[in-house]
Design a protein around this ligand. Structure first.
Ligand SMILES: Nc1nc2c(ncn2[C@@H]2O[C@H](COP(=O)(O)OP(=O)(O)OP(=O)(O)O)[C@@H](O)[C@H]2O)c(=O)[nH]1
Ligand SMILES: [Mg+2]
Length: 369
């Protein structure tokens, strides 16, 4: 509307404007030389400022990357001690590369919960590469091992990204009790809110009142809305209400907490199916993620849970929590290599900002460097 208004005004005064422009042009040409000099001066100082700004931005990005990496390293201290330090000691104790050396590396990986299958694949490839590249010095084995571990993860899961760029997105968070579902949801909500997204939580773990209270606390901490019913309510109906509210408030990301305390697989399957049906029916336009949360300190148990949940739900990714408190960070490998599940986030502490995006190269670097 305003544009039309101004356009009209412009037409009316077009002739006058032309005259003024011509006069201004003449005047400008007169002062041409001086202005050019000034302009050049302005341009060079502008460029300088731009350069300084660019350098500052680059420095900020490098600093961010560094603080991300040091946070990751700190979170993985115990796993690093368990894998990297042991491997360093082994390599230092060998004069030449032989069968025993490979066996000791294999034992180390298995004891750090890398999983038998994944370890075998890694060791087979390591043996082959060492032979092919005629490696004689045990010290050179480490960098090859690192590159194989990165390669194996990248081949198994090319993309670990938790995609929240689409709006609306609905994330169902599942997992057995005590693994860290509610805490992870709180951390995720805070992160997404910081990115400028409108987030809403759904308390579909109606198993006990404390679960609803705990999620409400996290919603307050993160500064986002929450939809909840009373203890014992039908979880699918809470999700139904959550979707209705999300639609009316134009929410970008709706995150649903679910109960982990179900008696058996059939119960779990029924409840998750019911929730899925509601989501499909009421929110077909939403991009869906179903994240399984596993507790990193439980090692092989986490793998077992992932297998079970994979059978009853269409998982799009895994969150491994409590990696700060465990030397069993190796579980990433069987989850991705044996089960093909993308690890999308990792929990490295109880605080609101202790949730990190998973990147396989960074992960391997953090446990070896
Ligand atoms: N150290 C550490 N503790 C964590 C992390 N994530 C969660 N926790 C702790 O794990 C405990 C259980 O977390 P919850 O979020 O309540 O787990 P849940 O899966 O929702 O449990 P239920 O609702 O009982 O099924 C809490 O004490 C959390 O503080 C983490 O990354 N690191
Ligand atoms: Mg919970």
């Amino acid at each position: 509307m305003f544009k039309n208004f101004f356009d009209k005004f412009k037409n009316k005064d077009d002739e006058e404007n032309k005259e003024i422009e011509e006069i201004e042009e003449k005047e400008e040409n007169k002062e041409g030389d001086i202005n050019l000099e000034e302009k050049n001066h302005d341009l060079s100082s502008e460029k300088e400022e731009e350069l300084i700004e660019e350098t500052n931005q680059e420095e900020e990005i490098t600093e961010e990357k560094e603080s991300f990496f040091s946070k990751l390293k700190k979170g993985l201290t115990k796993t690093r001690d368990n894998i990297s330090n042991k491997i360093d000691t082994i390599l230092a104790s060998y004069q030449k590369v032989d069968e025993d050396l490979f066996e000791e590396i294999e034992e180390t990986l298995i004891s750090a919960d890398v999983g038998v299958d994944s370890t075998m694949q890694i060791i087979d490839e390591l043996t082959e590469r060492v032979k092919l590249e005629r490696i004689k010095d045990p010290q050179e084995v480490k960098s090859i091992l690192i590159s194989i571990m990165k390669q194996k993860l990248a081949e198994a899961v090319p993309n670990n990204n938790l995609d929240t760029s689409k709006s609306p997105t609905i994330i169902l968070v599942v997992g057995v009790n005590g693994v860290g579902k509610t805490t992870t949801i709180g951390k995720m909500a805070a992160k997404l809110k910081q990115q400028g997204k409108k987030v809403m939580l759904v308390a579909a773990d109606t198993f006990r009142a404390a679960a609803i209270e705990q999620l409400t606390e996290w919603a307050n901490r993160a500064g986002v809305d929450i939809i909840s019913h009373k203890e014992g309510a039908d979880p699918a109906s809470v999700v139904f209400d959550g979707i209705a509210s999300a639609k009316s408030k134009n929410v970008d990301v709706l995150i649903c907490d679910t109960a982990g305390r179900l008696h058996n697989k059939k119960n779990l399957m029924n409840e998750l199916n019911k929730i899925h049906r509601v989501v499909e029916r009421e929110y077909p336009e939403a991009y869906k993620e179903t994240l399984l949360v596993v507790d990193g300190t439980t090692g092989q148990n986490a793998i077992f849970q992932a297998k079970e949940f994979k059978e009853v739900a269409e998982l799009t990714g895994v969150v491994i929590t409590k990696l700060d408190g465990t030397a069993k960070g190796g579980v990433v490998f069987p989850l991705e290599i044996e089960l093909g599940l993308p690890v999308k986030l990792i929990g490295v502490g109880e605080q609101i900002d202790n949730l990190m995006e998973f990147d396989s190269d960074n992960f391997v670097d953090a446990i070896f460097n």
